[in-house]
Design a protein around this ligand. Structure first.
Ligand SMILES: Cc1cc2nc3c(=O)[nH]c(=O)nc-3n(C[C@H](O)[C@H](O)[C@H](O)COP(=O)(O)OP(=O)(O)OC[C@H]3O[C@@H](n4cnc5c(N)ncnc54)[C@H](O)[C@@H]3O)c2cc1C
Length: 475
């Protein structure tokens, strides 16, 4: 059956990417979204003149946004490269600027490890080379086991270091433990413990340094809006407050999605809601298979303050003993001293807050609900504010607006399995063809997209996922 119409469940970046790709190839799309607004994890929220991105704030690999949106809509975003991309602050008071310009990157390495520029260059060249290769040959393809094996075993392709430990790999190039710490926490972006992370995730900091960290005026919400506008311009219909409850396969081979008293028909279906919780939509037709192991998640606070905050746009605060903190997380406990990520967009874009104010997002990694069903997040708030005030001065008295999203809210509000903000863990045994599949095993006109499937979590990866899902439907 040729696909002329499709339903996409979920309007996060995966669903929006699948929508644009299907439209580009002549398919009429209807998007069903349970929430009252688009974006999923990338929703934005406004209150009392403050505007927050609730989820993604660091934009990388932005060429993927360009290829999804098209040149005109992408250029209208007028993305700005942040310099530095972010600053890593250490417990000893020193800080490492993650520059996003290669000349400045080398200067920064030299500040910590004088006279070793050739090692830093070697590191950048080794990791970047592997990243370029992995991106086109692995990340942007929906491999079968056989095609995956052929790809990694083809002559000249084997780079055994990729599968070794990230820490050991990074220590081969750098001696200052702070530099190693600044280049190894990034797997937590994917919910993966730096202690369990393969060396291939060195590509995360290297991509930030080489490709840059970007900001869209108006925040990530402006990028979501651009995707929705572009999809609507091409004729997509969006139904918000519309939760898909059941999928029925019609006798003529098409699909029918039931949502409350309404049902929607189409030739094909993209499920871009979190994959595992969505399997229940299919009743007896649900794909079977073992549940993946989920990664760490996050507790996020949003603080609107009536004062400026002396922090860069993005700051990562590392505890005295980051490796000990990661071990605590892996054991299902919240470390006493945790890593914090703070986004202070008013440093670049004053429109996020009333004049003179700031709109902070403060994120602490925490175990998912399967590992730690309940956490004392009120006590954690005080520790987080103590750590923040130690770096940025008194803040508690300046808070005007406050909201929190922890594992429970990720599960309840966004339907995420175990409240895991970044989906199944990104260890070697759950990558590529070992990650839950894009294709439904029996229904040829049903596919999955998003961080619960391939290639993984993060805006760039789920944008790829939406495209791979559209490819699979139209193959
Ligand atoms: C706090 C946080 C910070 C992050 N920071 C970054 C970052 O800086 N950079 C980065 O690249 N990535 C970041 N990420 C990861 C990134 O946000 C996600 O990987 C990505 O947005 C996931 O998109 P998705 O489309 O797969 O899923 P989602 O965004 O979760 O979208 C799924 C959608 O499906 C809807 N839905 C669910 N069930 C149904 C149903 N039955 N019927 C209809 N609709 C349904 C949901 O409401 C939701 O809108 C962050 C994530 C979080 C949570």
């Amino acid at each position: 059956m040729s696909v002329r119409s499709a339903i996409v469940i979920g309007s996060g970046f995966a669903g929006l990417s699948a929508t644009l790709e299907l439209q580009r190839r002549g398919v009429a799309v209807r998007v069903l979204e349970a929430a009252d607004r688009p974006g999923g994890r990338a929703q934005s929220w406004s209150a009392a003149g403050y505007r927050f991105d609730l989820g993604p704030t660091l934009l990388v690999m932005t060429d993927l946004l360009r290829s999804a949106l098209g040149d005109e809509a992408f250029d209208a975003l007028a993305l700005q490269r942040l310099e530095p991309g972010y600053r890593v602050r250490f417990a000893d008071g020193a800080s490492f600027a993650m520059q996003s310009d290669i000349a400045l990157v080398l200067q920064e390495f030299a500040r910590f490890e004088p006279g070793r520029a050739s090692r830093a260059l070697r590191y950048l060249a080794d990791v970047h080379g592997a990243h370029v290769d992995a991106r086109s040959r692995i990340l942007e393809r929906d491999h079968t086991l056989a095609s995956f094996a052929r790809t990694i075993l083809s002559p000249g392709r084997i780079r055994p270091w990729i599968a070794g430990s990230l820490r050991a790999f990074t220590e081969r190039y750098f001696h200052d433990p702070r530099v190693v710490q600044a280049l190894t926490f990034q797997p937590l972006y994917l919910g993966t413990s730096p202690l369990r992370s393969p060396a291939m995730y060195a590509l995360l900091p290297v991509e930030e340094m080489v490709g840059g960290v970007w900001y869209a005026r108006g925040g990530t919400g402006a990028v979501v809006d651009a995707f929705v506008r572009e999809a609507q311009r091409r004729g997509a219909e969006f139904a918000f407050d519309t939760r898909a409850e059941r999928v029925e396969m019609r006798a003529d081979g098409g699909v029918r999605v039931h949502a409350g008293a309404t049902s929607y028909d189409a030739d094909a279906l993209v499920v871009a809601a979190d994959r595992e919780p969505s399997l229940g939509l299919f009743g007896d037709e649900a794909p079977r298979g073992r549940s993946p192991r989920y990664g760490h998640t996050a507790c996020v606070w949003y603080f609107g303050l009536d004062a400026p905050v002396a922090l860069d746009h993005h700051t990562v605060m590392l505890p005295r003993d980051p490796w000990g903190a990661y071990a605590h997380l892996d054991a299902g406990r919240v470390p006493d001293e945790t890593m914090l990520y703070v986004c202070n967009p008013a440093a670049t874009d004053p429109s996020v807050a009333p004049p003179g104010g700031s709109a902070l997002l403060v994120l602490a990694p925490v175990p998912n609900r399967a590992l730690a069903p309940s956490l004392d997040l009120d006590a954690m708030r005080e520790r987080v504010l103590d750590a923040l005030e130690a770096q940025a001065g008194p803040l508690r008295g300046r808070i005007v607006v406050e909201r929190r999203r922890g594992p429970e809210e990720f599960e309840r509000e966004l339907g995420l399995m175990h409240g895991a903000a970044f989906g199944p863990d990104h260890t070697l045994d759950q990558m590529g063809p070992f990650r839950p599949a894009i294709r439904h095993p029996r229904l040829r006109n049903v596919v999955f997209a998003g961080s619960g499937t391939r290639p993984g979590s993060g805006v760039p990866m789920v944008v790829i996922s939406g495209r791979l899902a559209a490819d699979a439907l139209l193959a």
